[in-house]
Design a protein around this ligand. Structure first.
Ligand code: ZN
Length: 185
């Protein structure tokens, strides 16, 4: 199970292993936490007290101080698994749902004609529809989209990554997912 790391303003930054999170606790880098402790780490016997050291990790931790520049990106990186998750594995052209291995990253405006490899120009399409569309535009084909593309927020991105998310983390992330997100339907 991972710990969700935020910056002090509450923006998601990373998912940490228990050991990585323990390092933050030990270096007093945690500004605040959310949720009840969900992992307990046990260490060695403390000489002074004779008791075993014990560290409780919270599911969500906000770290203080300056962040590496990577953390300040406002738009999550595009990947096929996240694109297919954003679009609920539904083809934007025929509106049917497919298995992951039948899906493709489809560029609404073809890259060969200047379309970007971006969240707003990419949509999930089945292999059949992608092949039919080729390098033509929607106008040329008189096709329309079954749903619209959008840029996921950083909070949504953490959910789209598809790793195991505990209830406290899901509650926190969903609270900041915009109303237009398909994760809300
Ligand atoms: Zn299709």
């Amino acid at each position: 199970m991972d710990v969700l790391q935020l910056d002090v303003s509450g923006r998601p930054q990373a998912r940490l292993s228990a050991q990585e999170a323990a390092t933050l606790y030990a270096s007093d880098a945690i500004a605040w936490t959310l949720g009840d402790p969900f992992i307990v780490l046990r260490g060695g016997i403390q000489q002074r007290t004779g008791l075993q050291s014990r560290l409780e990790l919270h599911p969500i931790v906000a770290v203080r101080g300056a962040m590496p520049s990577r953390a300040w990106r406002t738009e999550p990186a595009l990947s096929n698994p996240k694109l297919f998750a954003r679009d609920r594995q539904v083809c934007a052209y025929c509106g049917k749902r497919f298995h992951l291995d039948e899906l493709t990253r489809e560029h609404i405006k073809p890259t060969s004609r200047g379309g970007g490899d971006t969240w707003m120009n990419c949509i999930t399409a089945c292999r059949g529809c992608n092949g039919l569309k080729g390098n033509r535009t929607l106008d040329e084909l008189r096709w329309s989209l079954y749903y619209l593309p959008y840029i996921p927020s950083l909070h949504e991105d953490m959910i789209l990554r598809g790793r195991r998310i505990v209830a406290d983390q899901m509650e926190f992330l969903l609270a900041s997912v915009p109303a237009h997100s398909r994760l809300r339907n």
